[in-house]
Design a protein around this ligand. Structure first.
Ligand code: PLP
Length: 413
């Protein structure tokens, strides 16, 4: 085998990677790396973790998160070992992710893996933050990209570079799930390639960098991991990274407990998990008209990888995980608390995670000496605007069924 192979979590076979996204439909593939220890490479940014990314080479672009020990929020909450993984722009703490979310940990490994396995323009469906991250990486690296995004989320689509000719933007009159469906259709056309979402090991192992960077700072696996989720892919990634780190042996042998938080208005994973369901039932999924009532629509995924083998339900079961449904009021309070205590602005989804941490502390479900890793999945947007002027992308087409012919013309990159 090469540096890594892919294991199907249904049939247990291992496969060589040909940008493979599936073996059996009811299971994820998982990367198995030949190197069982977390070995750092002498490469810039997130590529120092290349040994545990499903790639052979590296590209120029890609910043790592910054993990630091909290003082302000830790004091407010009475926690003695609270660490923050800051995925955004916070130069004072060494965080330089310019599109301000952890989606930018996914985009460089995904482009790199795709480039190593043939051609095809990547197609990415996004509620906004993913499109922004992939567009930033594509513009940094001079790569073509198609972004499919709900029209109402276009305002989130900007980059800090000049807008290149090689990015096409298709706006959809619908929600994130509608964008995913259209993205899949475009991805099946000649010359295009779906990035694959949670099925793409490059995306998950990219997000897993949060845990890898954290153990380098903490010298141990955390007892608890807090994150806001929509699809839950970041939760799966944190679990998989922890499995590898336990196998490494130097960071302890206890699996961190996952604490995953959803917006209470749109919480299919919370609903399914709290009813002990192994699959998401139709009644767990709110109607898409509910999205307007959420504190943040970024987490409104109607079809998360929950029941699939190796998915969110397995991750929760294996980590004795908990799921929270956070109300708008709690999230607002948590955002203010965090921003005052840590002197940096955060995105709304990240406030949902902070609120879950506040609840866990309030209900004494974590011990004040426990090691806690709080994933601030996005932040520093106000801070960024002091240093950069974001350039907004505009839609090349508003996709409707009648316009599928025009769509083809627009996509001729
Ligand atoms: C995508 C996103 C999330 C949710 O991530 P998943 O693990 O894929 O559910 C949380 N916060 C921010 C800022 C995001 O962009």
């Amino acid at each position: 085998m090469g540096r890594y192979q892919l294991r199907c979590l249904h049939c247990n076979q291992t496969l060589a990677d040909h940008y493979t996204l599936r073996c059996h439909d009811d299971a994820l593939l998982r990367t198995e790396y030949q190197e069982k220890r977390l070995v750092m490479r002498d490469l810039p940014g997130l590529w120092k973790f290349q040994e545990w990314l499903p790639v052979s080479g590296s590209m120029e672009v890609g910043d790592a998160p910054a993990t630091y020990r909290s003082e302000g929020l830790a004091r407010e909450l009475g926690l003695h070992n609270l660490y923050i993984s800051f995925n955004g722009y916070f130069p004072e703490r060494g965080a330089f992710i310019k599109t301000c979310s952890f989606k930018e940990l996914e985009s460089p490994p995904t482009f790199q893996r795709s480039a190593e396995h043939g051609n095809g323009t990547l197609v990415i469906a996004s509620a906004g933050n993913t499109g922004r991250a992939f567009a930033e990486t594509a513009s940094d690296a001079g790569l073509p990209l198609v972004v499919v995004i709900p029209e109402s989320n276009m305002y989130r689509l900007w980059i800090t570079n000049d807008i290149p000719d090689s990015i096409r933007v298709i706006a959809v009159d619908g929600d994130y799930y509608d964008a995913i469906m259209l993205g899949d259709r475009i991805g099946q056309m000649d010359g295009f390639r779906s990035e694959g979402g949670a099925k793409n090991v490059a995306r998950r192992d990219g997000m897993g960098i949060v845990m890898l960077d954290a153990v380098l700072c903490m010298k141990t696996l955390p007892d608890h991991y807090f994150q806001a989720i929509g699809s839950g892919t970041g939760g799966i990634a944190a679990w998989e990274a922890s499995l590898r780190l336990i196998e490494d042996g130097r960071f302890g042998d206890r699996m961190p407990q996952l604490h995953l938080a959803q917006d209470s208005v749109f919480a299919p994973i919370f609903n399914a998990w709290s009813h002990n369901r192994s699959t998401i039932a139709p009644e767990d999924v709110p109607d898409k008209s509910q999205i307007r009532g959420t504190y943040t629509d970024i987490l409104s995924n109607r079809n998360p990888p929950y029941a699939v083998k190796g998915g969110v339900a397995d991750a929760l079961a294996d980590t004795a995980g908990q799921v929270y449904a956070i109300d708008t009021g709690e999230a607002r309070d948590a955002k203010r608390l965090f921003e005052d205590a840590e002197s940096i602005d955060i995105l709304r989804p990240a406030a949902i995670a902070v609120a879950a941490l506040c609840r866990a502390v309030g209900s004494s479900s974590i011990d004040t000496d426990d090691t806690v890793l709080l994933n601030i999945t996005g932040g520093g947007l106000s801070r960024l605007k002091e240093d950069y002027a974001p350039n907004h992308l505009s839609a090349d087409l508003l996709a409707t069924d009648e316009k599928m012919d025009e769509l083809m013309e627009v996509l001729l990159l």
